[in-house]
Design a protein around this ligand. Sequence first.
Ligand SMILES: [Zn+2]
Length: 58
Amino acid sequence: MIKLRACRVCKRVTEDLKCHGDTVLEWKGYLFILQPQKSLLAKRTGITTSDEYAIKVR
Ligand SMILES: [Zn+2]
């Protein structure tokens, strides 16, 4: 099983070691943003692209 990481800066869930900054294994919550233009949650978190995100990144 692949361990997913989350970017500390944009909170995107990824397998990469680097995104906008370091990615960490300690994250909680899973958020899938499909239509950021229509999502209130996306607006609140500042997400503009459809992707997978972590809710909390340590
Ligand atoms: Zn990032």
